[in-house]
Design a protein. Structure first.
Length: 119
């Protein structure tokens, strides 16, 4: 069981992610609805894995990723995106994201990505 944080502005997507964590027997330790809140909560709870949406209000996911990775090189971050643009995905992995999930996704996609970054 891993301690997971979700940073996602869509309530519907957060619900699917929470259901995925429940199925995988992971613990949800924090939720954020925008990028600024994501940084604050990440620094407070230090999750094992952060599920981070790329497109969020106040601060986009790539900026959040950059800021977190600058202070915690060991952070395990999975990017979530509806955009299959290779440039966005490449930029995220170059900034330190270990995996990404493309919307729409399944419970299995989420759990496989978590397992991959933890191993």
């Amino acid at each position: 069981m891993a301690r997971i944080m979700i940073a996602e502005d869509s309530a519907a997507t957060r619900l699917v992610l929470k259901d995925s964590l429940h199925i995988g027997h992971h613990e949800l330790v924090a939720e954020a609805k925008d990028g600024a809140e994501a940084i604050e909560k990440f620094n407070s709870v230090h999750p094992d894995v952060l599920l981070l949406d790329i497109s969020m209000p106040k601060k986009d996911g790539v900026s959040v990723l950059h800021e977190i990775m600058s202070s915690d090189h060991e952070a395990k971050i999975i990017m979530i995106t509806a955009d299959e643009n290779f440039n966005t995905i490449h930029k995220s992995t170059a900034e330190g994201a270990q995996a990404y999930i493309i919307k729409p996704f399944s419970f299995t996609d989420v759990l496989n990505a978590i397992t991959m970054v933890l191993n």
